[in-house]
Ligand binder design. Structure first.
Ligand SMILES: Nc1ncnc2c1ncn2[C@@H]1O[C@H](COP(=O)(O)OP(=O)(O)OP(=O)(O)O)[C@@H](O)[C@H]1O
Ligand SMILES: [Mg+2]
Ligand SMILES: [Zn+2]
Length: 242
């Protein structure tokens, strides 16, 4: 049942500390589907006897492990997708955004352009790509966030910290669409300043260009956005059918 394979090379493995690692081929039994299979493993030589004396160990076969991994991704992905606004939960890219998404998905981006040009769509495509890679990312509608803060003063501070500290890719959607008060300007300054100084990936969408944000919000904010982000503009209202 147990075969010691490639002893020669095994003897050369990790001899420091007097520990000898050897490769053996031994039988396992899948804990899910009961399949018996052989596998080469590396063990400390003193455990060889143990493997000789014991029944095959119940360890998932590769096929069952892969099935479980895919199931985890699907379940986890479903939960994440439900955090998105409904109309962006299922995306079918008709405007060849994919190529640009692939190029930019690890960067901070400032996406501006007219209404309906696909800014939110693009940002969410990036987010989904990152999720598929097992990375973290969060979608935040900025007007909704500000609205929440204005209606929940006692929780606004902790919500603000949660957003600014968020370690994954943060999407700030529709910056500038909220009512610009000193209170909301201060919030955006705190978020942008922190994320810029800590190089935290941030994707901002806005109907306004950096220049327009200069006077709409504050030059200190727009200049930080420009410093941290690759800027690009989308054109053409995609709500109007071809
Ligand atoms: N690449 C694309 N493929 C298919 N549909 C798209 C694409 N880009 C945008 N759309 C569709 O066009 C519509 C407008 O896109 P989106 O909401 O992203 O625009 P926006 O620039 O964020 O607009 P706003 O400034 O009003 O927020 C949406 O219904 C979206 O599904
Ligand atoms: Mg949008
Ligand atoms: Zn199995």
């Amino acid at each position: 049942m147990i075969q010691v394979s490639s002893m020669d090379s095994a003897n050369h493995l990790k001899k420091s500390n007097g520990i000898k690692i050897i490769k053996i081929t031994t039988k396992f039994k899948c804990s899910k589907c009961d399949l018996e299979y052989s596998k080469e493993i590396e063990i400390w030589d003193k455990y060889v006897e143990f493997f000789k004396e014991h029944e095959p160990m119940p360890i998932q076969c590769e096929e069952c492990a892969e099935k479980e991994r895919l199931q985890d991704i699907i379940e986890c992905g479903d939960k994440l997708i439900k955090t998105l606004p409904k109309k962006y939960q299922k995306l079918k890219d008709y405007y060849n955004f994919q190529e640009r998404v692939d190029k930019m998905k690890y960067k901070s981006i400032f996406l501006h352009g007219e209404t309906g040009s696909g800014k939110t769509f693009f940002a969410i495509m990036v987010l989904k790509e990152l999720w598929l890679e097992g990375k973290t990312g969060m979608f935040l509608s900025y007007p909704e966030f500000m609205n929440f803060c204005l209606n929940n003063f006692e929780r606004a501070r902790s919500k603000l910290n949660e957003v600014k500290d968020y370690a994954g890719c943060l999407i700030i959607d529709d910056l500038g669409a909220e009512r610009m008060t000193d209170y909301s300007k201060n919030f955006i300054y705190i978020i942008i300043n922190y994320r810029e100084s800590n190089s935290l990936q941030t994707i901002i969408t806005s109907n306004y260009s950096i220049k327009q944000l200069d006077y709409m919000i504050d030059k200190r904010i727009s200049s930080r956005i420009a410093g941290m982000c690759d800027i690009f503009e989308l054109n053409g209202d995609k709500r109007i059918p071809f």
